[in-house]
Ligand binder design. Sequence first.
Ligand code: ATP
Ligand code: MG
Length: 564
Amino acid sequence: MSTPETTAPEAPRHFIRQIIDADLASGKHPTVVTRFPPEPNGYLHIGHAKSICLNFGLALEYKGRCHLRMDDTNPAKEEVEYVESIKEDVRWLGFDWGAHDHNASDYFGRMHADAVRLIELGKAYVCHLSLEEMRAHRGDLVTPGKPSPWRDRPVAENLDLFAKMTRGELDEGSAVLRAKIDMASPNLLMRDPVIYRIRKASHHRTGDAWCVYPMYDYAHPLEDAYEGITHSICTLEFEIHRPFYDWLLRTLDTPAKPQQIEFARLNLTYTVMSKRRLLELVQERRVAGWDDPRMPTISGLRRRGIPASAIRRFCETIGVTKHNSLTDVALLEHAVRDELNRTAPRAMAVLDPVRLVIENYPEGASEELEAVNNPEDPAAGSRKVPFSRTLLIEREDFMEDAPRKYFRLTPGQEVRLRWAYFVRCTGCVKDADGKVVEVRCTYDPATRGGDAPDGRKVKGTIHWVSEPHAGDVEVRLVDRLFLKEDLNDLAEGEDWRAHLNPGSLRVARAKVEPSLLALAPGAAVQFERVGYFVADAKDSSPGKPVFNRTVTLKDSWAKAAAKA
Ligand code: ATP
Ligand code: MG
């Protein structure tokens, strides 16, 4: 696992860094303690990566710490599978929570005791209004709320009823515990919010120990306070929850007073990001699973061959602001190309093969040529590639009637075969339908290695594989999952699924140089002139890799958009 680069000193002082700088300077906090608090009800996605990089990144940068905390207050929706995947993904992104592996459910006892304290302080009461009645009582932005008929019941009665709720003596839905704040508050979330409800459901960690579960808005500030979090970073939609966050910590006078700070969530073009929608894609089998290489999940991106370092770089590049916006997925792809250009070894693969016969190369002969593994990284060394009289090249690298600026194979024209020889096209053979089945050429033995001793130049270089030596592999041409740029911009009643890209996964076969057959599952490679690929970590077997396209070499979508 690579270690995340700690942010360079010239890193932008975004507003959260400025807050932390000030808090450390004033002595408000001696150190920085952040947390990443996923609800284990789905797999993590690239939006979560932004939060992970921010929280763990700040902890590294300020030599503080970051806790991993499963926000598992909802017994019905959470599963152990999700907990495991979340841990794997955070680790893979390069971050370490050390001993701080926490769960909201670790604190159910303390949270309950604090609820009892609130009742004793006269700041919470048991209420029997139904959900609809409660909604009707709450009022709206212009109308103050109407107090619950149970708002002023005595402390002792509240304690007794809450104990009954806790022991399972009351039915689900028959009572809730509410904070007693202000039914006329301009902030609707302060009009006596529900803090505990009855749920007779098994929890994946606490089993049947509890019949009451805390609401998220009540649990979250307490979790932060119990763990001594200094800066509790969340997304913008929680801004209106902050008054309750602060009210609760003030009313209970918790020793730690974490500060909630909101930032804009990541939205990406051509992607849905909410866990609910991602779950629907999985359940409706529109993708093969959470880790389908087309998914914006961390596990999907990993399987697609996107390096963790590129995700971290992307998250640093997009920065942290208070304004919601839509980030171009091309920025992520750019970070991926940038990284893989430096690190991925090159190899040759032909996706749409046509035979190339070298007329003056001896029949039955073959030789091995030296090919550089990565021109960007001398340390990557070189490998041997077999060469023979019969090669395979891309069908599009030959044209019988070519325009003037076509620098690849056309009768009479000379090109370089990558790492091999100059060849001059002599013509082609067609079948009865006029389809080219064979391209013919002659080679110049003096150009071995790819340069002419007489200094003559060619304008085109094409890739190839030797037909008798080539491996035959499955390639999955992965593309964007949606055709629509902004999936939050839908008309009334419009189904986001209607924008799925029917061409997001094209399965094809390719002919590859033999070295590729030994590629380890999960290893990245650049198919020269084609794109970056990865040997699928799940479906590859020894000697039989299956390749996922990580990203094309150039942004083909930008071209399409410019033309449109
Ligand atoms: P979703 O909207 O996908 O269901 P969520 O907010 O319900 O996500 P959580 O598991 O609660 O998912 O998220 C864990 C943390 O990740 C939270 O602190 C949340 O603010 C943050 N987070 C979630 N989505 C994004 C996003 N798109 N950009 C940045 N941070 C995000
Ligand atoms: Mg959430």
